[in-house]
Design a protein around this ligand. Structure first.
Ligand SMILES: Cc1ncc(COP(=O)(O)O)c(C=O)c1O
Length: 285
């Protein structure tokens, strides 16, 4: 395990509009979200003292809560400010933020209408989610046996805690098999995304291809990459992508706040053409 446990660190956490000691930012065992996965969260990054797409993240947090049937008792502006304050109090200028809103412990049972809604925000220094070595050579993805569910069976457009059980199970399987992460298909067998990042591919036609986010998170980084590509005259095709097509991709990469932009070198037994080219070049040296 790298570094101290996340509940045993110095610093302060913004917790229900107060700054509390890091180690005191706790919840009770009978908290609704702990039992029923009913929370929503964000992953946000600060670079050189500026939070990337802060407004979009705060808006998505509020939207995720709405999808989950509750209202966060802070405005977008207040959440923006709380994120900035959480960085400032911990002297973070390059780091990661984790806002999470959850249902409290007034009601126990599936129904949760009268539970108080809490919000806490932690900020800490966190380099890229994937190691520099893995990123340099391209991470490996294993296709998961778990599938992303259809939109009428889960709140698929919310960044909701409960949805991540599939990601955790998939990622554990992938790591046990020696892969870096998982590629998830949906219930139709179409390519969706990795466990915590969206996916793009080049197919040799000069365009960027990415799946339509109709049953998974339309990431803020994904949308940024699409906008950047368009401003550079690169056509982006959002379409149904079947897993067989990945074998013909010339380049694949993941996008996400934690993952940033991470090249993929291998998917199951397919090694990307980019990596093959690199390997050939090395062999010729
Ligand atoms: C499941 C999942 N998909 C995609 C993303 C990428 O979203 P974003 O670029 O907004 O961080 C994330 C990360 O937040 C995620 O957890």
């Amino acid at each position: 395990m790298a570094g101290p446990a996340y509940d045993d660190r110095d610093g302060k956490i913004w917790y229900d509009a107060k700054m509390v000691e890091w180690r005191d930012a706790n919840v009770h065992f009978l908290t609704h979200t702990l039992h029923y996965g009913s929370g929503v969260f964000e992953g946000v990054r600060m670079y050189s003292g500026e939070i990337f797409k802060l407004r979009e993240h705060s808006e998505r947090l509020i939207k995720s809560a709405e999808i989950m049937g509750f209202e966060i008792p802070y405005s977008v502006e207040e959440i923006d400010q709380a994120c900035l304050d959480a960085c400032a109090v911990n002297n973070i200028t390059d780091g990661y933020l984790r806002p999470l809103a959850w249902r409290g412990s007034e009601m126990m049972g599936v129904a949760a209408q009268n539970n108080t809604i809490h919000l806490a925000i932690a900020a800490w220094e966190w380099p890229s989610y994937f190691s520099p070595e893995a990123r340099a050579k391209g991470i490996s993805l294993q296709t998961s046996t778990w599938r992303r569910p259809p939109p009428n069976t889960a709140p698929v457009h919310a960044k909701a805690c409960g949805l991540y059980m599939i990601s955790t199970l998939s990622k554990h399987d992938a790591e046990a098999a020696g892969f870096t992460d998982s590629l998830l298909l949906d219930w139709r067998g179409q390519v969706t995304e990795a466990t915590g990042a969206n996916i793009f591919m080049e197919m040799g036609d000069g365009k960027l291809h990415t799946p339509i986010p109709d049953c998974f998170l339309d990431g803020i980084t994904r949308r940024t990459v699409i906008d950047l590509a368009k401003t550079r005259g690169i056509e982006v095709v959002e379409r149904v992508i079947m897993p067989e097509e990945l074998a013909n991709a010339t380049q694949v990469f993941l996008t996400g706040t934690a993952a940033e932009v991470t090249p993929v070198g291998k998917i199951d037994d397919h090694i990307s053409k980019r990596l093959k080219r690199l390997l050939k070049r090395f062999q010729q040296m």
